[in-house]
Design a protein around this ligand. Structure first.
Ligand SMILES: *Cc1c(COP(=O)(O)O)cnc(C)c1O
Length: 349
């Protein structure tokens, strides 16, 4: 199977499995797992924050990050298609006790001007703004990344008004690879950032939350509260370290493969490619006469996995476990499925 459903499907490399086998471990709830401590120190260094915390999932990272920055009864500003809004079981409400004020956006990239108008001071009627969250790269927005000036402007403006900023950087290393900036630079002004080791970086599981020492001390308690206090987690951190050290350099290949897929798909008349900025290719199949569900099913019969995410759009993600040749096969199979559809109406001569 050529699996382009997500970059979460990457499997740990041999080197990762060996490192897991060899990992020195201890009880991380006591802070005694040397491999976890090493991973957290390296992650903090790489993102340029005082401290970092190894957590099981990106969802938990966003959940803790937003809880750290807010109080119950406040509002969190997010774009309308944010992962925290659509795919995290409303943890902002369940755990943080906050409602989300969304800003309509097709590509997920917000501006300070849009956010500024929604920031509310404390009054007797409105919920005050607790935090802003930025998703970078933007998943449903087709892998778009924030211009650096925009991040900095949002952070400066928000901080002037006393509002902290969280970055859902599940794929922030993709943003770094695409923009040519370091993650440290990208996240310099945000208060907390979470990123996934388990997606394109290739670890079997795990994410990182980073921020100030004080915030991360509190985050450790919240992680425990959510059931994320892990014991000999060094076996996982060992794979995470390889993902962190070696994964980022390989993302450019995924991006080139995504551009390749986009260029192949754009040769198919009935498809419209919307975006391929990083490792996510979003394309509209409404011109094929087939639904994404039908296309997915037919592709699967031909050994290719690509999912739709609404009634007209499909999304293919490149990652370390698909090479160029497999991308070529996948696009050829897709062409074979959708090409006849556009000729459905008989041509009368
Ligand atoms: C994948 C993802 C997450 C976290 O997902 P988990 O499956 O909980 O690790 C968070 N935000 C975005 C934008 C994502 O794509």
């Amino acid at each position: 199977m050529i699996d382009l459903r997500s970059d979460t499907v990457t499997k740990p490399s041999l080197a990762m499995r060996q490192a897991m086998f060899d990992a020195e471990v201890g009880d991380d709830v006591y802070g005694e797992d040397p491999t976890v401590n090493h991973l957290e120190a390296r992650a903090a260094e790489i993102v340029g924050k005082e401290a970092a915390l190894f957590i099981p999932t990106g969802t938990m990272g966003n959940t803790i990050g937003l809880k750290l920055l807010t109080n119950h009864g406040q509002e969190i500003i997010a774009d309308s298609r944010a992962h925290v809004v659509d795919w995290e079981l409303s943890m902002t409400a369940w755990f943080s006790g906050c409602q989300v004020r969304t800003i309509e956006s097709t590509d997920g990239i917000l501006t300070w001007e849009q956010i500024r108008r929604l920031i509310k001071p404390i009054t007797f009627n409105a919920a005050p703004t607790g935090a802003i969250t930025l998703e970078n790269t933007h998943n449903m927005g087709g892998g778009r990344f924030y211009p650096q000036e925009t991040i900095d402007e949002i952070c400066d403006g928000a901080h002037d008004l006393g509002v902290p900023v969280h970055m859902d950087g599940a794929r922030v290393f993709n943003a770094a690879a695409a923009s040519g900036r370091s993650v440290r630079e990208i996240s310099a002004k945000v208060d907390t950032i979470t990123f996934c080791l388990s997606k394109a970086l290739g670890a079997p599981m795990g994410s990182i939350l980073a921020g100030s020492r004080q915030l991360m001390d509190k985050a450790r308690l919240l992680r425990k509260r959510l059931g994320g206090g892990m014991r000999q987690a060094g076996v996982l951190a060992a794979a995470g370290l390889i993902a962190l050290e070696q994964g980022p350099a390989e993302l450019a290949t995924d991006h080139a493969n995504a551009r390749f897929i986009a260029s192949e798909l754009s040769k198919i008349d009935s498809l419209r490619v919307l975006r391929a900025e990083t490792n996510i290719v979003v394309f509209d199949v409404s011109g094929t006469g087939l639904t994404p569900r039908e296309i997915s099913a037919r592709l699967k019969e031909r050994g290719v996995l690509i999912n739709g995410f609404n009634d007209r759009m499909m999304r293919a993600l490149t990652h370390r476990d698909v090479n160029r040749e497999q991308c070529a096969t996948a696009t050829a199979e897709l062409a074979a499925i959708v090409a006849p559809a556009r000729n459905r109406a008989p041509v009368l001569q």
